[in-house]
Every structure is written in structure tokens, then in C-alpha cells.
Design a protein around this ligand. Structure first.
Ligand SMILES: [Zn+2]
Length: 338
């Protein structure tokens, strides 16, 4: 049903008089995409195929979309500069090496002005993101069921098939991401032990972070790099002091290593449950003019100007039809840009 809908919307978008009229009506809307990892050698993770990305960018240009970086969009929004056409923006989260080698070059080839949001502890090789550790552990384990008791509640996760592993891992991440730091660390240790997989001291190949040298090279080629904080713990699981410590450390490290880091921040995980309005003042204090979330939807310049610390993004989809739909005036209208 949704797939048929995607096709109908694509046809409607391709019908130029209708698209012209709709764009006049809705004005200068913006679609910001959130990209995660490329299709990888590692199973249990559905990444973005670089060929699909290439196809989507080619198609978007043919349809007359323009590309702008998140910083450009924010500046235009602030200065009241109106976009002439619907604008697309591309952001990539986390800072893996394969994002730099497999996805960024495709975006740069199309002059799509991407921004890569890096986890600073990860790039500094201090730690790898906890949620990716869980992917690793659950991929590698041979046990068919994970059972534990936490806060008097019993948990059972089925790990008997690759499909069940994905479902269980997502549920586990959803539970663990809101635990306070001490609780979280204890449970992480317990789970690691129960899964009977040793976590390697050196980050294993499919999970390697981008290197500062390479980030600097890509910065020269037009990639903007921004802060995604340090650890990938969601802000609502940390105290304000802990959040502030991560923000300051990330900002300092980016300023030390790079020429011109993005002025827009990217919340770890970033759903409306993962951060709160208490975090915007901390960002503002550090000089960040705005922040991108993971709340799905299109946006426009008024929205961004009025609510700069809750900028919406669409997760980059798995098909061209869905990509066109997310970028379309139809979806922009559905996002109620008033
Ligand atoms: Zn992330």
C-alpha cells in the first residue's frame, strides 16, 4: 500500500505543472536527510547502497531540486534569504570510516554539500559507540536466547535467527538507552558476559572510525564536519553536567583538529524522547546556532528560525520512490509547515 503510494506521488512530482503549482503554494520547503552506514560486509545491519544514493541525487537534480548544507540553510533562514526551489540537505551520523569512503564521495561528486556528524570519543579511538558494540556482540554470539533480570523485571530476547537478532537488538537498545550511567555500565557488562563474546580491545574492521587526517582531507574537498557529542549515550540518560562535559569536550576536539566545524549540532539518537528543552541552552551557550533531531518530517526556513534546536530530518530511505516522496511537496504539505 505504502509502496503504491510512493509510486503515485513520484508520478505526481514528475508532472511538472502540478509540481510548479504545489511549490508556489507551499513555498520554500526543505528536506533534510539523515544517513547512517553504507551497505556493509557485516550482516545484521541494513545500510545504504551507494548506488542508490547516486541514483537519488542524479534524479533529484533532474527534477530541479537544489542542494544546500545545513549551515547554509540555517544562515539563509536567519537572514531571510528565500530559497528559489525546494532544497535538499544531507547529513551523515556517527563518523565511521566506511561513511567517508563509500558515501561521502558520492555526495561530493554531486556537490550535495554533506555534513558528517562525528562521535568524538570514537574518532579519538577512546571508545566505540555502545549501540554498535551491541550489534557486534549479538552478531557474534552463538547463544539462542539472552535472559537477565534488571530492576526486578525479567527480560528474554530471542537470538535464534538473524531476523530475531535484529528485533532483539533494537528492543535491547530501546531499553538500555534511558538507563542512568552506572546502571547502564553494569548491565552492559552483564550482557557482554552472558552473550559469551569477548569484546576486542582494538575496534574490529567493520566498525572502524574515520581518522582525523582523512576528515581534514575531506573537509578541504567540501565536507562539513560537526559534533554528535562524544559517547552516543542519549542526553536524557545523562545529567546536565555530563551532557555539558560531552559538549565541551567534543567542541574543543573538533576545533583542535578541523578548520571549520559545523555550527549546527546533532543530538545522539535524537528522537523526541532522547533529549529535552533543557539541552538547547547548553548548546546556545557553546555557540551552536541550532541542532538537528531524528524527528521525521520536512521543514522550512520559518520553522528553522523559530525552533532552531529541533530541526527535523527524514531517515534516508531504501528506495528511489520513497526518496522522491520524502523530498516532495506532498510530504512537505503533510508536515504541516505553517
Ligand atoms: Zn548517531
Amino acid at each position: 500500500m505504502e509502496l503504491t503510494m510512493d509510486k503515485i506521488i513520484k508520478k505526481a512530482v514528475e508532472f511538472k505543472p502540478l509540481t510548479f503549482m504545489a511549490n508556489q503554494l507551499i513555498g520554500h520547503y526543505v528536506t533534510i536527510f539523515m544517513i547512517h552506514r553504507p551497505l556493509s560486509k557485516e550482516n545484521n545491519y541494513q545500510g545504504l547502497n551507494p548506488q542508490l544514493l547516486d541514483e537519488c541525487l542524479t534524479y533529484a537534480k533532474q527534477l530541479g531540486f537544489v542542494f544546500a548544507s545545513i549551515d547554509e540553510i540555517w544562515n539563509d533562514a536567519l537572514n531571510g534569504v528565500k530559497a528559489q526551489r525546494p532544497t535538499l540537505c544531507f547529513t551523515i551520523d556517527d563518523g565511521f570510516e566506511d561513511q567517508l569512503t563509500d558515501l561521502v564521495p558520492v555526495l561530493l561528486k554531486h556537490n550535495a554539500k554533506p555534513t558528517l556528524y562525528v562521535l568524538v570519543d570514537f574518532v579519538d579511538n577512546l571508545n566505540w559507540p555502545w549501540d554498535y558494540k551491541l550489534i557486534y556482540l549479538i552478531n557474534k554470539t552463538n547463544i539462542a536466547q539472552l535472559k537477565f533480570t534488571h530492576r526486578d523485571q525479567e527480560f528474554t530476547f530471542n537470538l535464534s535467527t538473524p531476523e530475531e537478532k535484529i528485533i532483539s537488538r533494537r528492543a535491547l537498545v530501546r531499553y538500555m538507552k534511558y538507563l542512568p550511567q552506572a546502571d547502564f555500565k553494569m548491565l552492559m557488562d552483564e550482557i557482554t558476559e552472558k552473550l559469551q563474546v569477548a569484546l576486542p580491545t582494538k575496534i574490529p574492521e567493520p566498525y572502524v572510525a574515520a581518522k582525523w587526517d582523512d576528515l581534514r582531507e575531506y573537509e578541504k574537498k567540501g565536507l562539513r564536519i560537526g559534533s554528535h557529542a562524544c559517547s552516543h549515550r542519549v542526553f536524557n540518560s545523562l545529567s546536565l553536567e555530563e551532557v555539558n562535559e560531552e559538549l565541551v569536550r567534543a567542541k574543543t576536539r573538533l576545533a583542535e583538529e578541523l578548520q571549520s566545524p559545523s555550527n549546527i549540532f546533532c543530538y545522539p539518537s535524537g528522537t523526541s524522547l532522547d533529549y529535552s528543552s533543557e539541552h538547547a541552552p547548553l548548546l546556545k551557550e557553546l555557540g551552536y546556532s541550532g541542532a538537528v533531531s531524528a524527528t521525521p518530517g520536512n521543514t522550512n526556513y520559518e520553522f528553522i528560525k523559530n525552533d532552531p534546536y529541533n530541526i527535523r530530518r527524514h531517515s534516508f530511505p531504501g528506495s528511489l520512490d520513497r526518496f522522491i516522496r520524502y523530498a516532495s511537496w506532498f510530504e512537505a504539505m503533510r508536515s504541516k509547515l505553517k
